[in-house]
Design a protein around this ligand. Sequence first.
Ligand SMILES: Nc1ncnc2c1ncn2[C@@H]1O[C@H](COP(=O)(O)OP(=O)(O)OP(=O)(O)O)[C@@H](O)[C@H]1O
Length: 349
Amino acid sequence: MVITGLRPGNGPRRWNAARRKTTFEDGTGDFRRLPGAGPVRSVGRVIEVRNLSKRYGGTVAVDELSFAVRPGRVTGFLGPNGAGKSTTMRMMLDLDRPTAGRVLIGGRRYRDLPEPLRHVGALLDAGAVHAGRSARHHLLWLARSNRIPAARVREVLELTGLESVAGRRAGGFSLGMSQRLGIAAALLGDPPVLLFDEPVNGLDPEGVLWIRRLMRGMAAEGRTVFVSSHLMGETALAADHLIVIGRGRLLADTTVPEFIEANSRSYVRIRTPQPERMRDVLTEAGIPVRQAADGALEAHGAEAAKVGELAAAGGLTVHEVGTRTASLEEAFMRLTGESVEYRAGGADR
Ligand SMILES: Nc1ncnc2c1ncn2[C@@H]1O[C@H](COP(=O)(O)OP(=O)(O)OP(=O)(O)O)[C@@H](O)[C@H]1O
């Protein structure tokens, strides 16, 4: 690890010849000087989303969203389908114009960044390549148009495991290979800020693991890594921090351990042929209870022993009493449930 701190301000520069990297003690500088390239002007690595809104006709895709994405960690951007994740990411890259608010990357709008590919790498739509071009030519074309040395193409092909297929037409690539090519393009400028929209879509378990390691490695090097997903479980494994949205609004801005602590509560699951009476007994004892989809009851905030004693005292037959811990996926569904229902209802969409 070459970066010695991420303090704000203009810290001293360090040069690591072995890794061909220039780093700045305050974490604001360019991450790696590309061979043959001139110096890259220093920009910060924090992404600030300020009161961001986007309307498409009557649809509010993003609704007064404010949060910050910081360097040195993987930040997961979570929300159910249609929550507004892609729209937010497009606005970060100036591909869509906000109805209100703005996004700043290192204090600047994307369009004001000098040589943006060297500051922000993005995987938004892996299919967005010229189908007739080979992977190598696609990357060479991108490199040339961004004044990035051709030698870097070989490096990113190697990094993404695409060397052996680099001469093949990108149009014939599987989804997994296309995702890797999209990531190779995002890494081309060796940017300190990386945005990945649903990068594990369509990948096999090996590919998912590869992306997870890649993102964690990039964050450990001091980069800002922002990755969207609608899968809580996978994101919890890959991310340190979470931004959760639903219906375009911020629902949570928290660390993964805090999210787990706050949301994956234990409860007692009860199966009984007398659910109505059991519910009354628990409610009278002040224990909140809800019915699961399979008809079982879930009692919150009570020990299994206490539930068993109450059932016995009430003369109730019980087929199962046991303690369960809600999975992260369940916690996420609960948190975003309202927005999913809203979407299913189809209101103004
Ligand atoms: N170009 C557009 N025109 C009209 N509506 C749009 C457009 N782009 C997105 N939307 C709508 O905005 C809302 C947010 O969509 P968005 O794609 O940002 O969500 P998402 O969280 O990325 O979802 P997914 O996980 O399904 O990709 C949705 O209701 C979507 O239908």
